[in-house]
Design a protein around this ligand. Structure first.
Ligand code: 3PG
Length: 306
């Protein structure tokens, strides 16, 4: 049995070592493809793989066609918008994610970005504090919950809106559940995005929604760039010189944002929310364990395709 780790953005070495231990203990072989620059390298590496562990790596019909022996793909992480689920099902391939395993890392980065912006990007001028500010958590999943837990320590007033999570689940964490996205954006000084990229959410963060935020507003995106309507965000930031945007997913129009909004726009060069040794170990080893459970016991917990 051959398990391939295919990661354009590699795990920390300690995580790869942990995955190797898990895979070899099961009697399987581990292959590693990291920092590949051409899709052809991926197409070649998947040829004889029975299982693949990925991060944000694209698994489309072409990759699935090339992977003749493939039975399972595990996305070591939460969002699986990078995998063509229908094509995987058509190829008889099981797709799983590892929910919750990297969420603290992403949440810590979201709070770090809030501090960075509130303190004027550490430029030495007088900034503001997070204590007493209203934080809106847009989608209360694993990352949203961790953001709430950490933000409590900062003394923020915390609100959340989630179309699917019941209000009582949110409120038992001491977070005020709101009933619409509009209400969340009207109420909160800072909004932290944690919605997945789906056909329904794509470009849903738009001018009409953002314009409702109070003066001095800040939007923090550690989710996906696809959920932002970039043209409308640019227009909004042109109309609202008080508005700050911090993102861990570089927008397609990064050059434009950088040029127009110096001092109130920041993007990481590469998505790094989950780039910690701890998150890599948690998600990577969970992926390995899920693969072993799938082959040895037929366990399909965390399967995300039909
Ligand atoms: C996720 O969906 O788990 C996060 O966005 C992290 O993605 P990454 O593994 O590509 O860093």
């Amino acid at each position: 049995m051959k398990v391939l780790i295919a990661t354009d953005k590699p795990f920390a070495k300690v995580a790869v070592d942990g995955i190797r231990k898990e895979i070899e203990a099961a009697g399987y072989e581990l292959a590693l493809l990291e920092k590949y620059t051409e899709k052809a390298q991926l197409l070649d590496a998947v040829k004889d793989a029975n299982a693949i562990i990925i991060r944000s790596d694209i698994i489309d019909a072409q990759v699935l066609d090339a992977a003749k022996e493939l039975k399972i793909v595990v996305r070591a992480g939460a969002g699986y918008d990078n995998v063509d689920l229908e094509a995987a099902t058509a190829h008889g391939v099981c797709v799983m994610n590892t929910p919750g395993q990297n969420s603290n890392a992403v949440a810590e980065l979201a709070l770090g970005m809030m501090v960075y912006a509130a303190r004027n990007f550490f430029n030495g001028t007088s900034g503001t504090e997070l204590m007493g500010k209203k934080l809106g958590i847009h989608a209360y999943g694993n990352v949203g919950r961790n953001v709430a837990r950490i933000a409590k320590g900062f003394g923020m007033e915390i609100y959340a809106y989630d179309a699917f999570c019941p209000a009582d689940v949110i409120e038992k964490d001491g977070v005020k559940a709101l009933t619409s996205a509009d209400e969340l954006y009207q109420t909160c000084d800072v909004v932290s995005l944690h919605i997945p990229a789906t056909p329904e959410t794509k470009k849903s963060i738009n001018y009409a929604l953002l314009k409702q935020m109070p003066k001095g507003a800040m939007l923090v995106n550690t989710a996906r760039k696809e959920v932002i309507n970039e043209d409308e965000l640019i227009k909004l930031m042109e109309d609202r010189p008080d508005f700050k945007y911090l993102t861990d997913i570089m927008p397609a129009a990064n050059d434009k944002f950088t040029e127009l909004f110096a001092g109130r726009y920041f993007s990481t060069p590469k998505k790094m929310g989950a780039q910690t040794a701890e998150a890599n170990i948690n998600a990577g080893i969970a992926a390995a364990t899920q693969i072993v459970g799938f082959f040895k016991d037929g366990c399909e917990k965390f399967r995300v395709n039909k």
